[in-house]
Ligand binder design. Structure first.
Ligand code: BES
Ligand code: MN
Ligand code: ZN
Length: 489
């Protein structure tokens, strides 16, 4: 779908030609495009502010149906995210009922400090590619369909290095799209077994080894916490292990993802208003699965193990109960204070298993874990819990680069008192609602021993109610790009 071209402007034949423009500076050096971009100055109604978009049909002297000018705002304020968003917006503008095509002109003049030409190319390409993805087809007659081809127009001498970049971006965006598709599937089409099968179907051709543990094996491994959460559903819990294992790998990174295919809350049933979106409660597992598959495609040198506990949290006569005490894989016992705090239970077993089985250099978990984290940070920023300074700073920086933003949250040791239990080693909730995201993270910390570990609470950004510049309403695939860059680092 994504291609490179360096044809002269007059030779280009396309439905849409997209040209990004700044308010106060021409971003092109190649004379023909420079002239075209400069001609915008005479259009009084188009100020080229960030987000502005102007369509010009059948422009004279060009062999294109439509010229789309996309504003970037002031040159000095340019960021990579503005480029992503502008590209995304213009691509969606080019959509119609047929699979069309577009050519996107990549700036070849110097950019403001802090943005290299490669980074600008990367941002535009990423924004375009991510925006050109739509919800899996449940509608019989879609009004708009994604473009069939997007060609990135670069100046001739640049083509070669961009080819390498393009290949990488395609693989990463493919991962984001995969994660979105899985998240967008309704819960009636993704039982833990269905989801595992879908992920295996995508992972094996990519060269990722897979191991699926069913109820029998989970019992044999004494994964009492995961099994307890699964008890109320007719769909049995599963644990899927994805292993990207290059023969020369020197270190192992473990990725763990919360895979609750539907979170009704269990006997602590969620009320109307809170239950509707809960098919997205497997977004952590989706992001991790997509990242491991991308790791294989990208040829990541490290061993990457993805550990995906998958379960449906339902209400029935066989549901686990508040007051139950379960024995986790680690041997520690947990008193159930609330069956809706299920994510931390399944992660407890997955994290302990990751530590014991793989002794990884580090563990990262992604989970739509708490509404409290959304209260704290809103729905576009993830909460990052990590006591390892090096790992934390790395994740924060990559979060800024990819615009998959994370914010550092505290893990105060004295708050551990909040999950004390009279009967068991701990309880799965605190006594009140305050600091809910922190309490959840502290609970998880009891299952990672001294392995460097980062927990990313993505309850907010995993999903968007309204379309964003390069994501439709629904799953965002948050975390895939972040994990890809982290695996490469
Ligand atoms: N899956 C939810 C968290 C969630 C909330 C994800 C909103 C996405 C959007 C999680 O399992 C949950 O129910 N958490 C409870 C914990 C509470 C019972 C301690 C919560 O956040 O209310
Ligand atoms: Mn829950
Ligand atoms: Zn949940």
């Amino acid at each position: 779908m994504l291609q490179l071209t360096s044809q002269p402007l007059t030779r280009i034949k396309a439905e849409n030609l997209i040209v990004p423009v700044c308010e106060d500076r021409n971003l092109f050096q190649t004379p023909a495009i420079k002239k075209l971009a400069a001609s915008v100055k005479t259009i009084k109604t188009f100020a080229a502010q960030a987000g502005d978009c102007l369509s010009h049909y059948r422009p004279e002297g060009l062999n294109v149906e439509r010229l789309i000018l996309i504003g970037l705002g002031a040159y000095g304020d340019l960021t990579r995210e503005k480029l992503r968003q502008a590209a995304g917006k213009s691509i969606r503008r080019a959509w119609h009922a047929q699979p069309g095509n577009a050519v996107l002109a990549v700036p070849d003049a110097p950019l403001p400090e802090g943005i290299s030409r490669e980074q600008a190319f990367e941002a535009l390409t990423e924004g375009a590619c991510l925006a050109n993805h739509t919800l899996a087809a449940f509608k019989s007659k879609p009004k708009h369909v994604p473009l069939k081809t997007i060609r990135l127009l670069v100046a001739d001498p640049d083509v070669r290095p961009y080819r390498v970049l393009l290949t990488r971006i395609k693989k990463i965006c493919r991962g984001t799209a995969m994660a979105r598709d899985w998240v967008n599937l309704p819960a009636n089409e993704k039982s833990p077994r269905d989801l595992a099968a879908m992920i295996i179907r995508a992972a094996e051709p990519a060269g990722v080894a897979t191991t699926l543990m069913d109820t029998r094996q989970l019992r044999r491994h004494k994964m009492g916490a995961l099994l307890a959460v699964g008890e109320g559903s007719r769909q049995p819990p599963q644990m899927l292990i994805l292993d990207h294992h290059p023969s020369r790998a020197r270190e192992t990174l473990a990725l763990v993802g919360k895979g609750v295919t539907f979170d009704a809350g269990g006997l602590n049933l969620k009320p109307t208003g809170a239950i509707e979106m809960m098919k997205i409660d497997m977004a952590g597992a989706a992001a991790v699965a997509a990242a491991v598959i991308a790791a294989a495609a990208l040829g990541i040198k490290k061993r990457i193990v993805g550990i995906l506990p998958m379960v449906e949290n339902m209400v029935s006569g066989s549901s686990f109960r508040p007051g139950d005490i379960v024995r986790s894989y680690s041997g520690q016992t947990i008193e159930i204070g609330n069956t809706d705090a299920e994510g931390r239970l399944i992660l407890a077993d997955a994290l302990a298993f990751a530590v014991k089985r793989y002794r990884p250099r580090a563990i990262i978990d992604l989970a739509t874990l708490t509404g409290a984290c959304v209260v704290a940070l809103g729905d576009r920023i993830a909460g990052l819990f990590c006591e390892d300074e090096g790992l934390r700073e790395k994740i924060l920086q990559i979060g800024r680069d990819t615009h998959e933003r994370c914010w550092p949250m505290p893990m105060p040791e004295d708050y551990q008192d909040l999950i004390k239990s009279d009967l068991a080693d701990m309880r799965n909730i605190g006594p009140g609602r305050w600091g809910g995201a922190i309490v959840a993270a502290l609970f998880l910390s009891r299952f990672v021993e001294d392995t460097p570990w980062a927990h990313i609470d993505i309850a907010g950004p995993a999903h968007t109610k309204k379309a964003q510049a390069y994501s439709e309403a629904g799953g965002t695939g948050f975390g895939v790009r972040l994990l890809c860059q982290l695996m490469e680092a």
